[in-house]
Each structure stands twice: as structure tokens, then as C-alpha cells.
Design a protein around this ligand. Structure first.
Ligand SMILES: [Zn+2]
Length: 299
């Protein structure tokens, strides 16, 4: 869950794409064998592309029912995706990938590694008609592309996030879509455990998507060190403010100002752990054990 940063040159690439022309070119050629049979189904194909945009914008997912069956052409369409060419007017596939890779844009799924590849949000073997549709091509790192597997986009409830179509508008501007629940751990040498989950202010379906995503991409594990470091630093800071406040060493107004400054508003959806952790520690009651804990690291 990281906002996908679009490199500046992407706009020019996108403007140069004309899928009607691309489909004309593809179906006019004899290679790969069998592709020319699609020349009688061009309108159907273009309608599917329009439907993709409409359904994704409205429902954030494609319906299973009524999908045009292009599975007969999956080998040919996969070949076309794997062999971008100027002649077929599919060179935009390579250009899109290169512009994310060359600009070192971070993977929107995990937020850790740079983009290396394009993920077919809807798998190209199951829905080959979208095998080179730019809206279905999500730049991501190699690990996320490998982990995602085939069916993880199709479920109504169980699907990973989509950086092109998902939004978290139901949250207030200062509420992050993900929060962390920390648990004081009584075992020696462990001190604390945590779980990263969707903010419960989101609608239940969006929460399900985020939680499914966080689990599939193993966010807690990937970001463990960053989360842990940030936790101890911020928990200590909050305890200090609380102590000053409780012992009347600072005024209520001063305390509020300190807290406001700590929880700076941040409307992006990136894994901004400092912000997410401060928000989680202060706003989520279950995390308030940090104020009374006897853990050495919090003293
Ligand atoms: Zn990734």
C-alpha cells in the first residue's frame, strides 16, 4: 500500500497509446499463428476494454459473469505481451515498465523494493483480453509479482489492493488506512509484538481488502525493523508528554500542542510508519498500556 508515483514521462507514453490501432495491427498480422482469427472479434474486444474501465471505476472489481471468453487466444496474447513491438504498436508495454524501473519507483504493493516488472492485476491466462491493457498492468517488484499468484484479484472480499482504482476517501484527512495494535509481551527478550491491520473507520469491504493484502504481502515481517524502531522511540516520547501532563508540569494547552505536532496530518497512504505509529499509539485505546508499562525500554 504505497501511492504509486507516476514518473513524468509516463504521461507522454500514455497519450501515445491508441488501443484501437494496436488491436487493428495485432489482428492484421499472421504471427503469432492463430491471432488473425481475432480480427472478427475486434469490437467485442474493445467493448471489454471499455467495460474494464467502467466496472473498475464503479465497483473496484470486474464481475465474473458475462466476461467475453478469449481463453482460446491466451497463448497468442501472452506472446504479444512478452514481445512488445513497434510494428504492432505494443512497444508502450516496454516503455511503461522501463519508466517505472529506471526512475526507481517503489512497489505499490509492498512499499519496500523498487519496481522491476508489471503485474497483471487480472491474470493474463484467465482474462487474456486484458494482457496488455495499461490499466491492468501494475508496476511492482519481483517478489510481489511472484507472491500474488493467479487468483488473488478475483474475490469480492479477498483481493489485494489496486493502486489505480482503490481509494480511502471515507477516512478523515488525518486518519491512516492502516494502524498497528501493539501488545506488551511478558516474555523476556521479546518485549513487544504487533499486528498491522486496516483502520476500523473504513467500510468492512475495504478493511477486508487491506487486511488480505497486508497478510499476503507479509507487511509486518517486511517492515518489522522499521516498525519496531519507530515504536520504541515514539512510545517513549508519548510517555514523557503524558508524565509531564499528569504531574502538571505543562499546561493542558501545551500538552495538546505537543500531541498535535506529533500527530502531523498526513493524507497519503504510504507506509509512513512514524505517522502510523504515533497515530496508533495515541488514538487507539488498546495501545495505551505503553503509559503504564514497566518495560525497561520504555523507561
Ligand atoms: Zn513489492
Amino acid at each position: 500500500m504505497r501511492t504509486l508515483t507516476k514518473p513524468a514521462e509516463l504521461e507522454e507514453i500514455e497519450q501515445s497509446i491508441d488501443l484501437i490501432l494496436t488491436i487493428d495491427e495485432i489482428t492484421s498480422l499472421i504471427e503469432p499463428i492463430g491471432i488473425s482469427a481475432l480480427s472478427t472479434r475486434k469490437q467485442e474486444w474493445l467493448d471489454e476494454i471499455i467495460n474494464y474501465h467502467n466496472e473498475m471505476s464503479q465497483n473496484k472489481r470486474l464481475s465474473h459473469n458475462g466476461r467475453v471468453d478469449f481463453s482460446k487466444f491466451k497463448v497468442q496474447l501472452e506472446w504479444i505481451y512478452n514481445n512488445p513491438s513497434v510494428r504492432r504498436k505494443t512497444d508502450f508495454i516496454k516503455k511503461i515498465r522501463d519508466c517505472y524501473v529506471n526512475n526507481g519507483i517503489l512497489c505499490p504493493y509492498c512499499g519496500v523494493s523498487p519496481c522491476r516488472t508489471l503485474d497483471h492485476y487480472y491474470n493474463k491466462a484467465l482474462l487474456p483480453q486484458f494482457s496488455f491493457l495499461p490499466a491492468n498492468l501494475i508496476p511492482c517488484c519481483g517478489d510481489c509479482n511472484k507472491d500474488k499468484g493467479i487468483k488473488k484479484s478475483f474475490g469480492k472480499w479477498k483481493r489485494i489492493i489496486n493502486p489505480y482504482y482503490d481509494n480511502y476517501d471515507s477516512l478523515l484527512p488525518d486518519e491512516p488506512p492502516i494502524v498497528i495494535i501493539f501488545k506488551e509481551n511478558p516474555f523476556p527478550n521479546v518485549d513487544m509484538s504487533f499486528v498491522v491491520i486496516a483502520n476500523n473507520k473504513l467500510t468492512s469491504i475495504v478493511r477486508k481488502h487491506i487486511n488480505f493484502h497486508l497478510k499476503k504481502i507479509r507487511i509486518g515481517l517486511l517492515h518489522q525493523e522499521m516498525i519496531s524502531n519507530s515504536f520504541w522511540r515514539n512510545a517513549k516520547q508519548l510517555r514523557l508528554y503524558k508524565t509531564l501532563h499528569n504531574s502538571n508540569q505543562i499546561s493542558v494547552q501545551a500538552y495538546d500542542t505537543l500531541i498535535d505536532n506529533l500527530i502531523t496530518k498526513n493524507s497519503n497512504i504510504n507506509y509512513d510508519w512514524e505517522y502510523i505509529i504515533r497515530f496508533s499509539l495515541f488514538k487507539i485505546k488498546i495501545n495505551h498500556w505503553i503509559y503504564n508499562s514497566t518495560l525497561d525500554k520504555l523507561q
